[in-house]
Design a protein around this ligand. Structure first.
Ligand code: AHR
Length: 333
């Protein structure tokens, strides 16, 4: 009986160890809902993985997110993936390891996200998709999507073309500069445009290739198109930057952009709007990059465990040359 009794000092030591272990497990449980208890100063910590800096649109989007985070009192961790999916996956894994409160990202391509999104979900960190969507069948892997209706942008471009070419005699030859292969805006804009122009059989896409959403890509691919196809009537570029690059190739080939070749683009950033107002472009479907303030509201809501709509679309418009002249002085980006 006597031998079984533990000395007082040993019992105290065991009690201290048990108390430390209990405190540790309570803290761990507290972290599991949100991934962290906020930054050092109690701010919400948002880890954001950006696609890159490929276009004027992207620069405006990055600025909007950085400014809105500062305004909303959210601590922003920002990573530029340089248009590479592996860099985005690495950044998201870093954010999980750092136990940020919320992760947001603009996925460079649509496929291949399930594993890393599941890792975020298992760590209890809510994810918000901005600008571009993913094709994951499991919608519980992210809280919401905030961005544009890219199919609609393509469709509005095609509908304008049908109206603009309704009196044209003979085939209308179209070349298409696609965005980044596998990205939601490239897939969806192509689809929306093709569906719309199917209503008029004389409108024919004779060549379609990626220019990766960059000016350099747009210029280089347009040069190839011009060499390969003596009769090009229309250029449909999936963004302003590729259209602006193509302008250089068209001018160098001795053609007048906006007259010899009708040019339709998407975005409506300042440089694109200037080209439209100057008569070098003919039509732009708007895609707004100013997602920062809405993203910060959503980050606060999902961090607080509030329900948010599964999809939030930005309101957008279209511009003709006359409308661009009017809008340009007050254009924010
Ligand atoms: O995802 C939005 C698209 O990405 C924009 O239209 C384009 O300019 C950008 O690079």
């Amino acid at each position: 009986m006597r031998n079984m009794r533990m000395p007082m000092a040993r019992r105290r030591a065991i009690a201290v160890v048990a108390a430390v272990l209990l405190a540790g497990s309570v803290a761990a449980c507290g972290n599991s809902d949100t991934g962290s208890d906020g930054g050092d100063d109690g701010k919400i910590v948002l880890g954001f993985s950006q696609v890159g800096a490929e276009s004027g649109w992207r620069t405006a989007n990055t600025n909007s997110i950085k400014e809105a985070a500062a305004e909303a009192g959210i601590e922003l961790k920002f990573d530029d993936a340089q248009q590479k999916q592996e860099n985005q996956i690495k950044a998201i894994r870093n954010y999980i390891q750092q136990k940020v409160d919320v992760i947001a990202f603009s996925p460079v391509v649509e496929s291949g996200w399930d594993t890393v999104l599941k890792e975020a979900k298992d760590a209890g960190i809510p994810v918000i998709l901005t600008d571009r969507a993913v094709d994951s069948a499991d919608k519980s892997l992210y809280k919401t999507f905030l961005g544009s209706d890219f199919v609609k942008e393509g469709r509005l471009s095609g509908e304008w073309l049908i109206e603009n070419k309704k009196d044209a005699a003979g085939d209308v030859n179209i070349v298409e500069l696609q965005g980044t292969t596998g990205s939601a805006p490239a897939n969806d804009r192509k689809k929306g445009f093709a569906e719309a122009i199917a209503a008029d059989p004389k409108l024919k896409v004779i060549a379609s290739q990626t220019g990766d959403f960059t000016r350099a890509g747009g210029k280089q691919v347009m040069e190839q198109f011009l060499k390969a196809h003596p009769k090009i009537d229309v250029l449909f570029a999936h963004n302003d930057d590729m259209g602006l690059g193509a302008l250089e190739a068209i001018t160098a080939a001795g053609k007048v952009p906006g007259q010899d070749i009708t040019i339709i683009t998407i975005d409506a950033v300042k440089d694109g709007m200037q080209a439209l107002a100057d008569g070098k472009f003919n039509f732009i479907a708007e895609c707004s990059p100013l997602l920062g303030p809405q993203l910060m509201d959503l980050a606060k809501k999902v961090h607080a465990g509030e329900e948010v709509p599964p999809r939030i679309e930005t309101e957008e418009t279209t511009f003709t040359q006359e409308q661009a002249k009017e809008a340009l002085p007050n254009r924010k980006y």
